[in-house]
Design a protein around this ligand. Structure first.
Ligand SMILES: [Cu+2]
Length: 150
């Protein structure tokens, strides 16, 4: 009886085709944000966090250590929010753009207040793998999230 074996083979090749298709799609999705200019290592990793209904979305952001990063916060609420990092920027050079109000202290970048419908862009190179909390310190806002550097 060769029929069951043949069925098995067809099933396996179907599986491989599905896998190949998945990889092709993943590759396509992966290559879209890079802009297709070809040079990968020096390119910025753009990461967008939306602020909506007093939440950071997503509430867990993964960054690659050693890569130029643009961390973008979009405040879609009709009230002020703040991005207050814990530890992530100690000793790290930071460039802030957008229409937020950044604040610095002796330890460096402290926080940025983002107006309604505003945006803050934070450019830096994360250099210490780990998990870093961040929050919004506006009174009454219980907004927390995590940045993972790996
Ligand atoms: Cu807030």
């Amino acid at each position: 009886m060769s029929t069951p074996i043949r069925t098995e083979r067809v099933g396996q090749s179907g599986l491989w085709m599905a896998l190949a298709l998945c990889l092709a799609v993943a590759d396509l999705v992966w290559s879209v944000p890079s802009g297709g200019t070809g040079t990968d290592s020096g390119q910025e990793q753009p990461v967008t966090v939306e602020i909506r209904s007093r939440q950071f979305l997503p509430d867990r952001v993964v960054l690659q250590s050693g890569r130029k990063t643009a961390l973008v916060f979009l405040n879609q609420d009709s009230e002020l929010h703040a991005f207050v990092p814990v530890g992530l920027f100690a000793g790290v050079h930071v460039n802030i753009a957008g229409n937020g109000a950044p604040e610095f202290d002796a330890h460096g970048f402290k926080r940025v207040i983002i107006p309604p419908d505003g945006r803050a862009e934070i450019r830096f190179v994360p250099d210490r793998p780990g998990e870093y909390a961040f929050f919004c310190d506006m009174p009454g806002h219980e907004m927390r999230a995590t940045i993972v550097v790996q």
